[in-house]
Design a protein around this ligand. Structure first.
Ligand code: F6R
Length: 610
C-alpha cells in the first residue's frame, strides 16, 4: 500500500526522499512523487510508474534541485487510475500533502468544498483532504488548527505528511488507522510509513499513536496528543540492520528471504524454549488461562491465514481444542459469536492489515482474549492485542510472503505444544520431542530443501506455459496446497487452484484435460494411499502430474510424470520443508516467465485499506 517518507534536516532532502521511496517500493505502488521547499515556494515532481520516472524528471527538468525539507509518496491506486494527476503530493500552492489510507466520506466533503469554490484535478480522496486542509489553513493561518479541524471531519483511515508554504523546514504529520513513524537522526528527522525507509540513517523512532499530530524539524520533534498536550514519547530502537533490508547478493528479495528461513525459525523459537519446554512468557496467558479456553479462532488474510490452517491442524491434533480459521474481511462483518472462553489469534506479518486489525478490535469488544502473531514491532495489531508473540524474521521486503509464513507456522507449532501440555494431552517428554523437531530438525530440513532449488527450477520449466494448474492434497497437505497455489499465482500470474484431493471428482475434475499440470502434495504417511488413488483419477484424464513427497516414500513411477522428494520430518511438521520447496517452485516460475518477482502487479505489501 502507499508509502510515505519525509525529511527535515541539514542535508539535501531530494536524494533522501528518493532513497526512502525506493526502500518502500516493496509495499507495492503504481506512481510516486515528492514535494520540497525551494526559494520559490514548494516544488512538486510526480509521475505515474516507477520511481525511476521521478529520477528522470529530476535529472532533466530540475538538475539543481536542492532542499533541506520535503515529503515523498508511493501511491497504490484506490480512488482513480494510476496517472500523473492522481499521484501524490496533492494540494495547492499553500499546502502539499501525502496520504496513506482511505477517506470514506470524500464525496460529501467534495460537495462542501465545491460550494466553497474549490475545483479538483484528480479522482482521489486524498486531494479532497488536501483542499480541506487548505480551506482551514486559509481561515486560521495556523497549520495545527487547520489539521485538527480537518481530521475531525475525516472518516476512514489516514497517515498524513503535510508541508505549509509559510513554514519551511517543518513537516506536519497525523495518523488514524494507517501506520506512521517519526524517526530521529543526527542530521535531521524523518516521517515514514515503515522502518526500512530510514534504516540507512537511523534505527531510533517514535511510533505515532492514533490522533497524535507531530511537527518534525531538523533538530526537534514535537508530538501533540489528541487533546493538544505535548506527548511524552518513548524512543524505540529497531533491531533490524541496513543489510537485512538489502538484497545481500541475491537476485531478488524473495530468494534472499526464502534462504533466511532456517535462521528465522531459530531466532523465533529458541528464545521461547526453556529446559526443552515451551515458554511463551505472556503475562495474560497463564497456564490456567490457556486451560480455560473452549474454542480458538484464527483470523487473518492471505498467506497469514494459510499459516492459520497449519495452526488449526497442529492445535486440534495436539491440544484437542476446536479451532476455526477465518478470513478477516469476512469475520468482521459476520457478527461472530465470541465470549471470554474464546481465544482469537490474529496472524499478520505487517501488523497493519486493516481487516485483521478490525477483527482484533471486534474480538476484544466481544470479550475474547486476543493473541497477535506479528513480525513488525510496534505495529497496530501488536500493540492493541491482549498478548503478542513476535515472529523474529527480520524485515520482509518481497511482496510475496515466505519467511514470515515459515515463522508464523513455527509459532503455531509452539503454541499447539504449549496448549497440549496445559491441557494434559501430552507428556513433558512428548513436548520436548516436538520442540526438538521444531528448533533443531526443522531448520536443517529447510537447509536441505534449499539445496533442491535447481530441482524446483526444473519443475518450473515444466509448468511455465500452463494457463491453469491445480495443487491437490489431503489433511495438512491441503493446507500446504492452498499456500503453494497462492504463492504461484501472485508472482507468476498462472491461474492456479488448490483442491482437497478427494473433492476433485465432485465437479472440478471436469477441468482436467491433456497436459493440465497437477501438483500433488503428498507428505502424510496415513494419507498416501488415498492420495495415490486421487492422483490416478487426474492422471487418467490426461493431467501432467508432479508429486512432492517425502524422501523416504516409494512412489510407483507410472503414477506421476515427475516426483520431487523432499527432506523428512515427522508428518505434522512436514509443512515446513514442503513450503520452502513450493516457494522455490513459485519463485523460479516467476523468474522464467520474466515477471517482477518482488513487486508483482497490483499487489501491496501492507494492506492498510479494507
Ligand atoms: C501473500 C501475502 C499476503 C499477506 C496478506 C496479509 O504473499 O503476503 O497474502 O499475507 O496480505 O498480510 P499481513 O500478514 O501483513 O497481515
Amino acid at each position: 500500500m502507499c508509502g510515505i517518507i519525509g525529511y527535515s534536516g541539514v542535508e539535501n532532502s531530494v536524494p533522501k526522499l528518493i532513497e526512502g521511496l525506493k526502500a518502500l517500493e516493496y509495499r507495492g505502488y503504481d506512481s510516486a512523487g515528492i514535494a520540497v521547499f525551494t526559494e520559490n515556494g514548494i516544488s512538486v515532481v510526480k509521475s505515474k510508474g516507477r520511481i525511476a520516472n521521478i529520477e528522470k524528471i529530476l535529472d532533466t527538468e530540475y538538475p539543481n534541485l536542492e532542499s533541506v525539507c520535503g515529503i515523498g509518496h508511493t501511491r497504490w491506486a484506490t480512488h482513480g487510475e494510476p496517472s500523473d494527476r492522481n499521484s501524490h503530493p496533492h494540494g495547492t500552492d499553500r499546502i502539499r500533502l501525502v496520504h496513506n489510507g482511505i477517506i470514506e466520506n470524500y464525496i460529501q466533503l467534495k460537495k462542501e468544498l465545491s460550494a466553497c469554490g474549490y475545483s479538483f484535478e484528480s479522482d482521489t480522496d486524498t486531494e479532497i483532504a488536501s483542499k480541506l486542509i487548505d480551506l482551514n489553513y486559509k481561515t486560521s493561518g495556523d497549520p495545527i488548527k487547520a489539521i485538527k479541524s480537518t481530521v475531525k471531519k475525516l472518516e476512514g483511515s489516514y497517515a498524513l505528511g503535510i508541508i505549509f508554504d509559510k513554514y519551511p523546514g517543518k513537516i506536519f504529520a497525523a495518523r488514524k488507522d494507517s501506520p506512521l513513524i517519526v524517526a530521529l537522526s543526527e542530521n535531521g528527522n524523518f516521517i515514514a510509513s515503515d522502518i526500512p525507509a530510514v534504516l540507512k540513517h537511523t534505527n531510533r523512532y517514535y511510533q505515532l499513536e492514533q490522533g497524535e499530530i507531530a511537527i518534525v524539524e531538523k533538530d526537534k520533534v514535537t508530538v501533540y496528543d489528541e487533546f493538544g498536550s505535548v506527548a511524552n514519547k518513548e524512543v524505540l530502537t529497531a533491531d533490524w540492520d541496513v543489510g537485512s533490508a538489502e538484497k545481500g547478493g541475491y537476485e531478488h528479495f524473495m530468494l534472499k528471504e526464502i534462504n533466511e528461513e532456517p535462521l528465522a525459525i531459530v531466532n523465533t523459537i529458541r528464545p521461547r524454549i526453556k529446559d526443552g519446554l515451551p515458554c511463551l512468557d505472556l503475562p495474560h496467558l497463564s497456564d490456567e488461562a490457556i486451560k480455560a479456553f473452549k474454542r480458538v479462532s484464527i483470523v487473518a488474510c492471505g498467506t497469514a491465514m494459510h499459516a492459520g490452517f497449519i495452526g488449526r491442524t497442529a492445535i486440534e491434533t495436539l491440544a484437542r481444542i476446536p479451532v476455526k480459521v477465518e478470513i478477516a474481511s469476512e469475520f468482521r462483518y459476520r457478527n461472530p459469536i465470541l465470549d471470554k472462553e474464546d481465544l482469537v489469534i490474529i496472524i499478520s506479518q505487517s501488523g497493519e492489515t486493516a481487516d485483521s486489525l478490525a477483527a482484533l478490535r471486534l474480538s476484544k469488544e466481544r470479550g475474547a482474549h486476543t493473541l497477535a502473531i506479528v513480525n513488525v514491532a510496534g505495529s497496530s495489531i501488536a500493540r492493541e492485542a491482549d498478548s503478542t508473540l513476535y515472529t523474529w524474521a527480520g524485515p520482509e521486503i518481497a511482496v510475496a510472503s515466505t519467511k514470515a509464513y515459515t515463522v508464523q507456522i513455527s509459532l503455531m507449532y509452539l503454541i499447539a505444544t504449549k496448549f497440549a501440555l496445559c491441557n494434559g494431552r501430552i507428556t513433558k517428554d512428548k513436548a520436548k520431542e516436538y520442540l526438538h523437531t521444531l528448533l533443531t530438525l526443522s531448520p536443517v530440513a529447510v537447509e536441505n530443501a534449499l539445496v533442491l532449488s535447481a530441482e524446483c527450477a526444473k519443475i518450473s520449466e515444466k509448468i511455465k506455459n500452463a494457463e491453469h494448474l491445480f495443487y491437490i492434497g489431503r489433511g495438512i497437505d491441503y493446507d500446504i496446497a492452498q499456500e503453494a497455489s497462492l504463492k504461484l499465482k501472485e508472482i507468476s500470474y498462472i491461474h492456479s487452484e488448490a483442491y482437497a484431493a478427494g473433492e476433485m471428482k465432485h465437479g472440478t475434475i471436469s477441468l482436467i484435460t491433456d497436459g493440465v499440470p497437477v501438483i500433488a502434495v503428498c507428505t502424510q504417511d496415513h494419507l498416501v494411499e488415498k492420495m495415490i488413488s486421487n492422483i490416478k483419477e487426474v492422471k487418467a484424464r490426461g493431467a501432467f502430474v508432479l508429486i512432492i513427497c517425502k524422501e523416504n516414500m516409494q512412489i510407483d513411477k507410472e503414477v506421476a510424470d515427475e516426483v520431487l522428494k523432499i527432506p523428512v520430518l515427522s508428518d505434522l511438521f512436514m509443512p515446513i520443508p514442503a513450503m520452502t520447496v513450493l516457494q522455490l517452485v513459485a519463485y523460479h516460475t516467476s523468474v522464467i516467465r520474466g515477471c517482477d518477482v518482488d513487486k508483482p502487479r497490483n499487489l501491496a505489501k501492507s494492506v492498510t485499506v479494507e
